[in-house]
Design a protein around this ligand. Structure first.
Ligand SMILES: [Zn+2]
Length: 418
C-alpha cells in the first residue's frame, strides 16, 4: 500500500481493498482505511443526525461493534454551529466517538426539510426548519462545513430531484450534481478526509449509468448511490442498482445512502454495495418494533404481556441476554425511557450481526445460499406500510390498527418459538 505524507497526517493512497468476491454476484468484502480506523465492509452505519445515536452512548456502540457512525452536516451547521464543534476539537471530540465518522453534505436535508428553498446553478438558498433563518449552501460552503466538522468521510453536495421527477428536471439535477461534484473536489483542502461522489438520476437507469460513468472519471475515493428508497417501488431500486453498480470503479467503496431494510441490504450487497446507512432500525425501535431473522414485530402487542422469552431468542445482545419480552412490553406500555434504549440496542445489534453474517458468507463462498435462506425465512414489511413509513408515519400506528398486522405479529411470535 502506498502512503502519502500530509503534514503530520498519514493516509493511504489506496484506501479501499477488496478481500473476497462472491463468484456468482457483485458481492464482496473489503477494508476501508480512514483516519480513525479500518472499516470492514459490507458495513451498516448507524445514523446519529445530531451527533448522537438516539438513546445510546459511544460505549454502547463500541460494545455492539460499530466502526463508523453518520452525523448530519445540515443539522450540526444549524445547531450548535460549526464553530462550537471546532472549539470542541472537532466532531469526534465533541461527541466522544473515537472511531470513524461520516457526514453528509446537507443536500438531502435542505431538499427535504428546509422551506422556501431556491436552487440555481451556484447553490441553494433555504430557510432553517428550526427558526426560519435564511442560509445559502453552495458546493464550496458544504465542503467548508464538513471540513470544519472533521468527519473521516464527507459527501459532495448534490441536487436532489424530488422522488418521481422525470425529464428536464431530472436531467438538470443530474448535470448540476456532476458540476457540483467537480467544484467540491476543487474546494477540498483537508487531506485526512475521504470525499465520496453521489450518483443520481432517479429511477431512470440510462441517466444513472451516465452519472456513474461521469463521476467515475473524477477519481473520488468512494462513490455513493443517492436518491433511492424515497418512495419508489423496491423493484425500481433493485433495477437501478443492478444496472448502475457494475459501472462504478471496482476498486472504490460503494455506498447506498439511506437504505435500508434487512432485505434491501442483502439485495444491494448482492449487487456490489459495500456501505449502508439508515434511520430505520433506530426509528422503529422507538416505536416498539424489533427485528428478528423472521421479520419485524411490535413488542407492544398484548400477546407479549406474559412472554418470558427474550424479544429475539437467537440474539445475544445486552437487551436479549438480560430482559424478557414481557418486561419490554411493560416499558413501552408505560412510555418508560429505558424502552427506547433497550429496543435500539437490540435493533442495532441485529443489523450489525446481519452485516457480519453477510461478510462471513461472502468470505467462505456461500453468499448465494445465505441470500436464499434469508429470503425464505425473512418476512418483509408489506409495501403499503413501508411507503407510509417513508412518509414519516408512526410505524406502530400502522402496525397495530389492522387485523392483518396483528395476525402477522402473532405468526412471527409463533415462528420464533416453533
Ligand atoms: Zn437482542
Amino acid at each position: 500500500m502506498v502512503y502519502l505524507l500530509q503534514g503530520a497526517l498519514e493516509i493511504a493512497a489506496h484506501h479501499f481493498s477488496t478481500a473476497q468476491r462472491c463468484p456468482v454476484s457483485g458481492a464482496r468484502t473489503g477494508h476501508l482505511e480512514t483516519t480513525h480506523g479500518t472499516i470492514r465492509t459490507p458495513v451498516f452505519v448507524p445514523v446519529g443526525s445530531q451527533a448522537t445515536v438516539k438513546s445510546l452512548t459511544p460505549d454502547d456502540l463500541h460494545g455492539i461493534g460499530f466502526q463508523v457512525l453518520l452525523a448530519n452536516a445540515y443539522h450540526l451547521y444549524l445547531r450548535p454551529g460549526v464553530e462550537i464543534v471546532r472549539e470542541a476539537g472537532g466532531l469526534h471530540e465533541f461527541m466522544a466517538w473515537d472511531r470513524a465518522l461520516l457526514t453528509d453534505s446537507g443536500g438531502f436535508q435542505v431538499f427535504s426539510l428546509a422551506s422556501l428553498r431556491t436552487i440555481d446553478d451556484e447553490g441553494v438558498t433555504f430557510r432553517s426548519h428550526i427558526d426560519g433563518s435564511e442560509h445559502r449552501l453552495t458546493p464550496e460552503k458544504s465542503v467548508q462545513i464538513q471540513e470544519g466538522l472533521g468527519a473521516d468521510i464527507i459527501m459532495v453536495l448534490d441536487d436532489v430531484a424530488a422522488g418521481g421527477s422525470e425529464g428536464a428536471r431530472l436531467r438538470q439535477a443530474l448535470d448540476r450534481t456532476h458540476r457540483w461534484a467537480e467544484r467540491c473536489l476543487s474546494a477540498k483542502q483537508r487531506n485526512d478526509q475521504l470525499m465520496f461522489a453521489i450518483v443520481q438520476g432517479g429511477g431512470d437507469t440510462e441517466l444513472r449509468k451516465m452519472s456513474a460513468r461521469t463521476l467515475g472519471t473524477l477519481d473520488f475515493p468512494g462513490y455513493a448511490v443517492g436518491g433511492l428508497s424515497v418512495g419508489e417501488p423496491k423493484e425500481v431500486m433493485y433495477r437501478v442498482l443492478r444496472e448502475t453498480v457494475p459501472i462504478l470503479p471496482i476498486d472504490r467503496p460503494r455506498y447506498l445512502m439511506g437504505v435500508g431494510s434487512p432485505e434491501d441490504i442483502v439485495e444491494a450487497v448482492w449487487c456490489g454495495i459495500d456501505m449502508f446507512d439508515c434511520v430505520l432500525p433506530t426509528r422503529v425501535a422507538r416505536n416498539g418494533a424489533v427485528y428478528t431473522r423472521d421479520g419485524r414485530y411490535s413488542v407492544k402487542h398484548s400477546s407479549l404481556k406474559s412472554e418470558w422469552a427474550a424479544i429475539d431468542p437467537e440474539c445475544a445482545c445486552y437487551t436479549c441476554r438480560t430482559f424478557s419480552s414481557a418486561y419490554l412490553h411493560h416499558l413501552f406500555k408505560c412510555d418508560e425511557l429505558l424502552a427506547y434504549r433497550l429496543a435500539t440496542i437490540h435493533n442495532l445489534s441485529f443489523f450489525q450481526r446481519l452485516m457480519q453474517d453477510i461478510g462471513t458468507a461472502i468470505d467462505v463462498g456461500r453468499f448465494e445460499s445465505f441470500r436464499d435462506e434469508f429470503r425464505q425465512r425473512y418476512r418483509c414489511v408489506d409495501e403499503a406500510e413501508r411507503l407510509s413509513q417513508k412518509r414519516g408515519s408512526s410505524v406502530l400506528r400502522t402496525k397495530t390498527t389492522t387485523n392483518e398486522c396483528r395476525s402477522r405479529q402473532c405468526d412471527l411470535r409463533h415462528n420464533l418459538h416453533s
